[in-house]
Ligand binder design. Structure first.
Ligand code: SF4
Length: 316
């Protein structure tokens, strides 16, 4: 498959106070292929959301490049940027905070269409109704306000708003973590259905490894701003290699405890160190049970150790 996005040595640093630098995204390289879902996982503070936002150009990059259909996102002129904004949409974590309470649902969905698509009033109205039905609501919802809807319905509106401008790519930024567990699977299944119907490409950011397993084709694991492991969904969950990934996967609850399946939980020692002063060498070194001398001195690079399976660890 062709790449839709190429992320090359991407860095996003924030200046903290006078002398400290927070390395939220620290030299990250990966691709997102046309039509796939790439899951991005890691504990909070690992840089996954900042990475997504820097890819979309919401944050200017400190270094590196992001290519969308071969074009550098951070070097676009105004016209190209507008086109990129249409093609790369975002679904936010919090459907409560991300919808303007003074606007009707129809206005919220129509807003982007007015900027990016040249539609007659009739076409616009038809498109809004069509989008509402695509996300499992009906035309009548268009005249309501966000506070009249449930959390799950609001996230459906967030999805309809992203789809309204016919994007190629959607960054789903923890799209289910603010929702009731009973609603989460519905929203993920809706995203999967829409992807099939419309040929969309997703970056799915989440700390929920079981949900990421359900939706993703490939998965990247971030730790303290770096990519620790990147593999096809099947390989990552069946044969995790990085000690951090192993620990994360060992903590996923087993769906049916009555089965023969058993799993030894690997407990992670210590807290996530601050991205302001990460340790030298491997950033995971202080929590790793396998650390060797070299791990304190040299940063491991992401290497392909088997087909479609990349890991940044001196053990491999
Ligand atoms: Fe552990 Fe060393 Fe691998 Fe880092 S490089 S994860 S410290 S073994």
């Amino acid at each position: 498959k062709e790449n839709l996005l190429e992320i090359v040595n991407l860095k996003k640093y924030f200046q903290v106070g006078k002398n400290a630098t927070l390395k939220a995204v620290d030299d990250v390289t990966f691709n997102i292929k046309k039509g796939e879902t790439l899951g991005l996982v890691g504990e909070s503070g690992c840089g996954k959301t900042t990475c997504g936002r820097t890819i979309l150009g919401i944050y200017p990059a400190t270094g590196g490049h992001v290519y969308f259909n071969g074009q550098d996102v951070h070097q676009m002129n105004r016209e190209e940027k507008l086109k990129f904004k249409k093609n790369a949409q975002i679904i936010f974590q919090d459907p409560y905070a991300s919808l303007d309470p003074r606007m009707t649902i129809g206005e919220i969905i129509g807003e982007g269409m007015d900027v990016h698509l040249n539609l007659s009033n009739k076409e616009r109205q038809e498109r809004i109704s069509d989008l509402l039905s695509k996300v499992g609501l009906n035309a009548e919802h268009g005249s309501r306000f966000p506070h009249e809807l449930s959390g799950g319905q609001r996230q459906r509106i967030g999805i309809a708003r992203a789809l309204a401008v016919e994007p190629q790519f959607i960054m789903c930024d923890e799209p289910i973590s603010a929702l009731d567990v009973s609603i989460q699977a519905q929203i993920v299944n809706l995203l999967i259905k829409l992807q099939r119907e419309m040929g969309l490409t997703y970056l799915f950011i989440s700390h929920d490894l079981s949900m990421v397993k359900h939706i993703s084709d490939r998965v990247g694991v971030m730790y303290l701003g770096s990519m620790a492991e990147l593999a096809s969904n099947e390989l990552l969950y069946r044969n995790p290699l990085h000690p951090y990934t192993k620990a994360l996967i060992s903590a996923i609850p087993i769906a049916d405890p009555s089965t023969e399946e058993t799993r030894k939980r690997i407990k992670l020692e210590g807290e996530v160190p601050s991205p302001i002063n990460p340790p030298d060498g491997c950033k995971f070194v202080k929590r790793c049970a396998h650390a060797k001398d070299i791990c304190h001195k040299m940063t491991p690079q992401l290497k392909e150790v088997e087909k479609d399976h990349f890991v940044a660890c001196h053990l491999y």
